[in-house]
Design a binder for this molecule. Structure first.
Ligand SMILES: *[C@@H]1O[C@H](CO)[C@@H](O)[C@H](O)[C@H]1NC(C)=O
Ligand SMILES: *[C@@H]1O[C@H](CO)[C@@H](O)[C@H](O)[C@H]1NC(C)=O
Ligand SMILES: *[C@@H]1O[C@H](CO)[C@@H](O)[C@H](O)[C@H]1NC(C)=O
Ligand SMILES: *[C@@H]1O[C@H](CO)[C@@H](O)[C@H](O)[C@H]1NC(C)=O
Ligand SMILES: *[C@@H]1O[C@H](CO)[C@@H](O)[C@H](O)[C@H]1NC(C)=O
Ligand SMILES: *[C@@H]1O[C@H](CO)[C@@H](O)[C@H](O)[C@H]1NC(C)=O
Ligand SMILES: *[C@@H]1O[C@H](CO)[C@@H](O)[C@H](O)[C@H]1NC(C)=O
Length: 571
């Protein structure tokens, strides 16, 4: 009886779901249809419908997880009541079919006749199978900390795992940058979930406090949430298998990272339509949310099946998924958390889903060597690229030099460091230098100007300027700026001009070479990253010389040589 009621209520729930869809989406669709402006409206309509489509996928996934709960309950009741009485299911109906009855009758006396409807089910593995330590603690899947306003149903959920770092934590810089890049509209349709992947409650509270003090409005609005797992979620990391010949320290680090990602994804799954994996040490480009959303909707509107949209070339940063598909990843990470780093697992998962070995290997069957070479290559690259779609240029960039793995340096290449000249010092006229580009570590513009090191700045943006204001106005003969260096050859200035401010008003010069604020454009960085030139005597003494950036850069920028030559410095 109870079971019948349950399945009835399941039916009712299903109806509710469709009624809900009717009430919410049909008017919305009509609204969309009616409110689009004419002419190019078809495109917009297609996009909106695509948006609704992915949204329905999300709601459907939510609905499915409710169904799962129901199914589990039903099974419990099944066990409580006699199977005979329990339900209207097909197994019981089979027994009552006349032909089957007859067959059973014909088999009387045989052991085989007793096999029907035994009331035995198989059990599929769950997370507990792959992570048996979860059973040791009844609270293993409970959060140990949650700061939330229960926001839900946004378009994009950004997941940021953070751990305690030996040196500097970039979390606040990362959040500031992410929030600076959000318009109000975008902020209303986004969530940023921070997983503090630590078990020391003092540290979790400290982070939560810092975030709230720094971003009170964003906490209040529910834009930012903070979660932490309970200690029981983690296995004993000292008992991990050593895999891939890595150091125990590294095995521990990457195994934990797998579990952290799985936890964060599982929490975020119900919060919105798309999930974007980020890290706690990144910079994002302006409008990153709108760009990602638009790209995702576009792919869906074009009926292009995809699994990952990739907005950053590095590791696992800036990977966008449909939340409805996160269970694939979560399960995979749980199964192999001790075996491979998280970014490899993503690659293997997609490979497993997409690649056809038979087709690809088949053509090499005659030659084993060729086949082996082929196997070691990424032979289904093209197939994978169709569902793992890269967006260029990247929207995210690492700012962390120190990985959360102790002692692992991300950007600096220790092996080569110091073997080659990374900067070229000169004796320059005394000047006050200011940089609109944030410098990294000790690589300041001032020290570069003095010839102590090179200047290293984060991601130049249009309008950024490096200004050298001469203490005494001087007639410069020649200037020489070299960007990039041997270790970071791509960290050059691109689309950047050299401009001088003459002491005397500019006469007699072509207006196309004068900026609005009265600087004379005297040079430009070339493709080799060099800007050099001589100044005409007619310019006379100058007050200052500056570098003016006109385009956004995908790279950091290094200034490895600065040479301003006046009369006294020319030989
Ligand atoms: C099965 O249902 C019948 C009638 O509803 C009832 O008489 C009987 O006791 C039930 N058997 C069990 C094992 O619950
Ligand atoms: C049992 O199944 C039959 C046919 O599938 C259906 O007509 C009937 O309504 C079901 N009974 C209940 C109580 O669900
Ligand atoms: C049952 O057995 C009888 C005699 O062996 C045979 O004639 C009949 O076809 C069998 N029925 C079925 C359903 O197998
Ligand atoms: C964002 O949400 C807030 C609170 O719901 C609302 O007051 C505000 O108007 C929204 N802004 C936009 C641009 O939708
Ligand atoms: C400015 O440049 C234009 C085109 O480059 C040229 O025709 C013009 O003569 C120049 N004027 C002066 C004053 O040099
Ligand atoms: C403007 O400046 C560039 C160098 O920045 C020079 O090559 C060009 O000849 C100048 N044009 C005029 C018209 O002065
Ligand atoms: C340099 O920047 C200006 C202003 O943003 C832009 O119009 C121009 O196309 C850029 N040039 C190059 C080569 O990127």
């Amino acid at each position: 009886m109870t079971i019948v009621n349950l399945s009835m209520s399941s039916l009712r729930k299903r109806n509710c779901f469709f009624v809900f869809v009717l009430i919410v989406f049909v008017p919305f669709c009509l609204f969309v249809i009616l409110s689009v402006p004419d002419m190019t409206s078809e495109e917009i309509l297609v996009q909106r419908l695509a948006e609704l489509q992915v949204r329905i996928q999300y709601l459907d996934a939510m609905y499915r997880s409710r169904q799962e709960d129901l199914q589990e309950l039903t099974q419990h009741f099944d066990q409580l009541y006699n199977a005979e009485n329990s339900s209207n299911n097909s197994l019981i109906q089979i027994e009552s079919r006349p032909d089957i009855k007859q067959m059973i009758k014909n088999m009387s006396g045989l052991f085989a006749a007793n096999g029907l409807n035994p009331g035995v089910s198989i059990k599929f593995p769950s997370a507990y199978h792959f992570l048996p330590h979860l059973l040791d603690n009844p609270n293993s899947l409970k959060l140990s900390y949650l700061m939330s306003k229960n926001r839900e149903g946004v378009s994009l959920v950004l997941g940021i795992p953070t751990v305690k770092r030996e040196k500097y934590s970039y979390l606040m810089d990362t959040l500031q940058n992410l929030i600076d890049g959000l318009s109000e509209d975008e902020a209303n349709d986004t969530m940023i979930v921070i997983l503090v992947a630590e078990t020391a409650m003092e540290y979790i509270l400290q982070i939560a406090k810092e975030v709230e003090i720094k971003f009170p409005l964003q906490i209040e609005s529910g834009l930012i949430e903070i979660i932490a797992p309970s200690a029981g979620y983690y296995p004993s990391f000292d008992k991990l298998r050593i895999t891939l010949g890595d150091s125990p320290e590294r095995v521990k680090w990457r195994s934990k990272q797998n579990l952290d990602y799985a936890f964060l994804m599982a929490y975020c799954q119900t919060k919105g339509t798309f999930y974007v994996q980020l890290e706690d040490d990144i910079l994002a480009k302006p409008s990153y949310i709108t760009i990602m959303k638009k790209f995702a909707i576009e792919k869906t509107a074009n009926k292009q099946p995809w699994i990952v949209l990739d907005f950053c070339q590095l590791g696992f940063i800036g990977k966008l998924f449909k939340t409805a598909e996160l269970p694939w990843l979560i399960q995979f990470f749980h199964m192999f958390f001790n075996d491979k780093p998280v970014d490899w697992l993503l690659d293997y998962l997609i490979t497993t889903k997409i690649c056809n070995w038979e087709k690809n290997v088949g053509s090499y069957c005659n030659n084993i060597t060729e086949m082996l070479i082929f196997l070691f290559q990424d032979n289904c690259k093209a197939d994978k690229a169709k569902v793992w779609i890269h967006y260029k240029p990247s929207l995210f960039q690492h700012i962390g030099m120190h990985s959360s793995l102790k002692g692992k340096v991300q950007k600096l290449k220790d092996k080569q460091f110091g073997k080659v000249a990374l900067f070229f010092p000169h004796n320059n006229p005394s000047a006050e230098v200011t940089s609109g580009i944030k410098h990294y570590k000790q690589y300041t513009l001032k020290r570069a100007y003095l010839g102590e090191t090179f200047f290293w700045g984060l991601l130049p943006q249009p309008g950024d300027q490096l200004v050298f204001k001469l203490t005494t106005p001087t007639a410069l003969k020649r200037f020489y700026f070299r960007s990039g260096n041997a270790e970071h050859p791509t960290d050059k200035f691109y689309n950047t001009t050299v401009e001088v401010k003459p002491l005397q008003p500019i006469l007699n010069t072509n207006i196309s070479n004068v900026t609005l604020d009265g600087f004379l454009i005297v040079g430009k960085f070339d493709s080799a990253g060099i800007a050099t030139g001589t100044l005409d005597v007619s310019i006379g003494k100058i007050e200052s010389i500056r570098l003016n950036v006109h385009s956004e850069s995908d790279n950091w920028a290094i200034l490895s040589e600065i040479h301003l030559q006046d009369e006294s410095r020319l030989r």
